[in-house]
Design a protein around this ligand. Structure first.
Ligand code: FCB
Length: 478
């Protein structure tokens, strides 16, 4: 449906479409011990040998904490109308509960003021994976109490920034927190147990619901609340009944496990039945679903690549056991789909980004139209989309990244196609403003439209940043 033909056409977005870029605290801030910040699960994880490629950590990252003024100037130079960043919980409530650290709040207050000075609208994510370590010591997201601690923290941030920030997002990609953090263990805290991951998913849903209520309490009446999900566009490896049923199952354990409780106040019957051999779901208590279904104003979607799945067979189980636990997307070989033993993620044909992720813009159109069809009336935001490539700085200091520009323009055209067909997409936040600490891949993967030299911290606009400036100015492509 989509492709390079449409990607190169002239496409204008609706008036008021919000053009932004996104980052996350642990990936860019550094200053891990500055001004009262305490350890998060990602500090612990990255300092554990063997967990992150190259032994990289976020101790310094892109040193954004100390370079925030210059980084805002770069955003203005690119012409960003909006900027999505996350607040580091361990800067605000270092012990995870109790005392609030004013110096941490002051940093984000200065950041928000600096953005507003440049007419850049802030979008604040409260949780982008950096759980205070003391909460993990008490069980982390496997412990129901963490949801209540999150609501307390949300209230503090809402009270401080709510007069200047129009939209807050409770959680970024709870799927990754639950299933990569507690299911496969490739993310912090590095636990590999599907039953624990399912409990974590529920407690994250509960945190979102309680956090939404806390924000409503703290924000002015105009304040907007959202949640960002990394929804997966799932397809079958073959047309067999078993593989087609694996699509239904994976859609349940990856997408509907969040969409249905948040937007409809229930867990899907098929999900509960399918995974009865892994958990009895007793962590779902009376009243939880009503709390989780607190109305939101906008749904954030992060999207990078489609997902190909097959039903579990004896042969796949054998391959998956020896192979790709560390690669939950099945990029290198079949991998058990996180959270379940009934389906596998399997490798897909190229083209690929440097992450090994298949590039297929049309799958984003399909996903947006599906959400529009199943949850009509919900305004949508693309809160992340982008690509890693092995960028090289040329002798004259320029960084030519035509592959990234292709990826981005293809996906923008895909968003445009979805809007044309009725999806209510309000904006697009490119991932990422800066090259940064890419979780288990450390500094080996560059997603930025601004190149960062991780030794000197020098920033250089890549060609994609200059291209994006023109897109923003034109409100579209071509
Ligand atoms: C998403 C994360 C973001 C970044 C991109 C590449 O899953 O939300 O922090 O790492 O992937």
């Amino acid at each position: 449906m989509m492709g390079s033909d449409t990607a190169s056409a002239t496409l204008r977005f609706p008036a008021g479409f919000r053009w932004g870029a996104a980052t996350a605290a642990y990936q860019i801030e550094g200053a891990a011990r500055a001004d009262g910040r305490a350890r998060s699960i990602w500090d612990t994880f990255s300092h554990t040998p063997g967990r992150v490629q190259g032994g990289d950590t976020g101790d310094v990252a892109t040193d954004h904490y100390h370079r925030v003024a210059a980084d805002i100037t770069i955003m203005a130079e690119i012409g960003l109308a909006a900027y999505r960043f996350s607040v580091a919980w361990p800067r605000i409530v270092p012990a995870g509960s109790g005392a609030v650290n004013q110096a941490g709040l002051d940093f984000y207050s200065r950041l928000v003021d600096g953005l507003l000075d440049r007419a850049i609208t802030p979008l604040v994510t409260l949780y982008h994976w950096d759980l205070p370590q003391p909460l993990q010591d008490a069980g982390g997201w496997a412990n129901r109490d963490t949801a209540a601690r999150f609501a307390e923290y949300a209230q503090v941030v809402g009270q401080t920034l709510g007069d200047r920030v129009p939209t807050f997002t409770t959680l970024n990609e709870p799927w990754c927190s639950a299933f990569l953090g507690y299911g496969t263990g490739v993310h912090a805290p590095g636990i590999a147990d599907n039953a624990t991951a399912l409990a974590a998913a529920h407690h994250l849903n509960l945190a979102h619901g309680l956090g939404t209520a806390a924000l409503r309490d703290a924000l002015p009446a105009t304040g907007q609340v959202s949640l960002t999900l990394n929804l997966q566009q799932v397809r079958a490896a073959s047309q067999s009944d078993a593989d087609r049923d694996a699509v239904r199952h994976v859609d349940a354990v990856a997408n509907r496990i969040f969409l249905e409780p948040v937007l409809r106040g229930r867990y899907p019957d098929d999900l509960v039945a399918d995974l009865g051999h892994i958990t009895d779901w007793s962590f779902v208590q009376d009243g939880d679903l009503a709390a989780i279904a607190a109305p939101i104003d906008v749904l954030g979607i992060n999207y990078y690549f489609p997902t190909l799945v097959a039903a579990a067979t004896a042969q796949l189980r054998e391959l998956g056991a020896t192979g790709a636990k560390s690669d939950p997307h099945g990029t290198a070989g079949p991998a058990p789909f996180p959270g379940t033993d009934l389906a596998f993620a399997v490798p897909q044909d190229g083209p690929y980004t440097a992450m090994g992720w298949r590039i297929e813009p049309a799958s984003l159109t399909d996903l947006l139209l599906r959400v529009h069809r199943d949850y009509p009336g919900m305004p949508l935001l693309i809160t992340e989309n982008g690509a890693a490539y092995d960028d090289v700085v040329a002798a004259d200091g320029s960084v030519h990244d035509p592959d990234r520009i292709d990826y981005l323009s293809g996906h923008l055209a895909a968003v445009h196609a979805a809007i044309t067909q009725g999806a209510d997409v309000r904006g697009y936040f490119l991932w990422s403003l800066l090259d940064n600490f890419e979780w288990a891949f450390g500094f080996s993967k560059r997603f930025g439209i601004v190149h960062v030299d991780f030794v000197t911290q020098q920033r250089r606009l890549k060609d994609s940043a200059i291209w994006y400036r023109a897109v923003i100015a034109a409100n579209g492509l071509g």
